[in-house]
Design a protein around this ligand. Structure first.
Ligand SMILES: Cc1cc2nc3c(=O)[nH]c(=O)nc-3n(C[C@H](O)[C@H](O)[C@H](O)COP(=O)(O)O)c2cc1C
Length: 481
């Protein structure tokens, strides 16, 4: 029994409560404490980090349809997971090399989580030994996560130790066939001292359902498969008797250009047909984020970077404070949804398609304008322009990742607007010059903006980029006006 009902407010951390009143306040303190390479390790993702950004975008593009005039005095975030009562449907995700953020490593994680009444994961590449973590808050639900870097005998030797140490479930991470290209590190020519054994990587690549079957057959503990991102694999997981499907794209750290995690949740919940519990992670950093996942059918939400910020800022107490604040936010949001509404109720959530369309339209508008003007300017100049546009996108991505993730979304839109406008204004200026020189009628067509977005609201919010491009034809053809 994860003794959530007996969990106590942690004593002696009032100074931490005093210091951190909002979740995002941990980020700047963590940033100041961590060295650049450790910071990059924490927040970075694979290649262009598009999956990292999509995780957040997918959550931001869901909106509530809150119900009112219901007595919400009895709001209670506690729930059960794997037969244990927990304080709220939130757990701490596995984080390898977690000792880089706090020397007490998984001891801090198990202590904060267990005391709060939430499950925690220990990664097989995190310190200390599982036997040591197992002793911390012994009745807390701990799940051991393994990267398969040996044969089945090797796997079983470690899983046996986890069982003996009192872990309550066994997890295989299955989305890590290769260690991804982390371009933040590559561009610094930085190589972290790693516990990864290059000779063992073929075991990770060879991992298949047969190995899952062997684990399932041997162990009584629930088996968790972490890294499911499609309905097809969720269906297979159920067929192989997996107890818990963990929906994750590794926080965007493995495959670039994947979908936002919460975007794939509904299809996975539908495929699982209630035959497996569902965990999800990927940029969850608000109480409202958690409520969204629960409304869409998840049983548990894992947080990764969010608690690592708390941990880097203030160790175990920082993690505990993160959980407290998350709980507070959740209670405020969750009280709008009665228990029966919490289960899959598509009406509870509205997708703000409009937001996405606007962003897409802006990007498309800018690219089309660049292409059209580029056609007139000629190939070498066009390539240069396109490259500068790509560089701009990568630059925005990098900048965003240095910022408080809670605010990234808004910053991103602002940055896109500003940058696109600048890029397009530059193009239009050049185009005017060129038109003066060539006096070509073709150019009028070339510089014309893309067609208008359809909806009235989209046109209201149309980007400044589009506005500059729309303005341009008349300026180009009649520069004296
Ligand atoms: C620094 C760091 C290390 C990680 N190490 C592991 C690991 O050892 N095993 C694993 O399965 N996932 C690992 N992950 C992925 C997390 O378990 C989780 O899927 C991800 O962080 C969720 O996204 P979020 O950080 O946006 O919340 C790691 C994530 C981070 C940020």
């Amino acid at each position: 029994m994860n003794d959530a009902s007996a969990s106590q407010p942690l004593q002696g951390i009032d100074h931490v409560r005093e210091q951190f009143h909002n979740l995002h306040e941990f980020v700047s303190v963590a940033r100041a404490k961590l060295d650049r390479n450790v910071w990059d390790y924490l927040i970075g993702g694979a290649e262009t980090e598009t999956t990292v950004r999509r995780n957040r975008l997918a959550l931001d593009s869901l909106a509530f349809r809150p119900r009112v005039l219901r007595d919400v005095n009895g709001t209670d975030t506690s729930t059960t997971f794997l037969g244990r009562k927990i304080a709220m449907p939130v757990a701490l995700a596995p984080i390898g090399s977690i000792e880089r953020f706090d020397p007490n490593a998984c001891v801090s994680v198990a202590d904060a989580a267990g005391t709060f009444g939430c499950p925690m994961f220990q990664s097989s590449v995190a310190k200390p030994d599982i036997e040591q973590t197992g002793k911390v808050v012994p009745n807390g639900l701990k799940i051991f996560q393994l990267y398969v870097r040996g044969d089945q005998t090797w796997v079983e030797a470690i899983f046996d130790r986890a069982v003996k140490a009192g872990f309550g479930a066994l997890c295989l991470t299955v989305d890590t066939h290769h260690y991804s290209r982390r371009e933040r590190d590559i561009s610094k020519r930085y190589h972290a001292a790693s516990s990864r054994d290059p000779d063992a990587s073929h075991h990770q690549k060879a991992l298949d359902w047969a190995q899952v079957d062997k684990c399932k057959k041997k162990y009584k503990l629930p088996i968790v498969i972490k890294g499911i991102a499609t309905a097809e694999d969720a269906k297979l997981a159920v067929e192989h008797g997996v107890d818990v499907i963990y929906v994750s794209n590794h926080g965007g750290r493995q495959l670039d250009h994947g979908a936002g995690a919460i975007d794939v949740l509904p299809e996975i919940v539908a495929a699982a047909k209630g035959k497996a519990s569902i965990i999800i992670d990927g940029s969850f950093c608000r109480g409202t984020d958690v409520v969204k996942a629960i409304a869409l059918g998840a049983d548990l939400v894992c947080i990764g970077r969010l608690y690592a910020f708390g941990m880097a800022a203030a160790g175990r107490d920082g993690i505990f404070r993160v959980l407290e604040l998350l709980h507070d936010e959740m209670t405020r949001a969750d009280s709008r949804f009665s228990e029966h509404q919490r289960r899959i109720d598509p009406a509870t959530l509205d997708r703000i398609l409009d937001v996405r369309r606007k962003i897409r339209d802006r990007g498309r508008a800018a690219r089309q304008a660049i292409e059209r003007v580029g056609n007139v300017l000629g190939d070498p100049r066009r390539i240069e322009l396109e490259m500068s546009d790509d560089a701009m996108q990568v630059g925005i991505g990098r900048l965003e990742n240095l910022l408080d993730p809670v605010h990234q979304f808004h910053v991103r839109i602002a940055a896109q607007l500003a940058e696109h406008r600048r890029a397009l204004d530059g193009l239009v200026r050049e185009a005017v010059q060129l038109a003066k020189q060539r006096r070509t009628a073709d150019f009028t067509h070339a510089a014309r903006a893309p067609s208008r977005p359809r909806s009235a609201s989209a046109s209201r919010h149309r980007s400044s980029a589009l506005v500059s491009a729309r303005r341009s034809p008349s300026q180009v053809v009649h520069p004296s006006r």
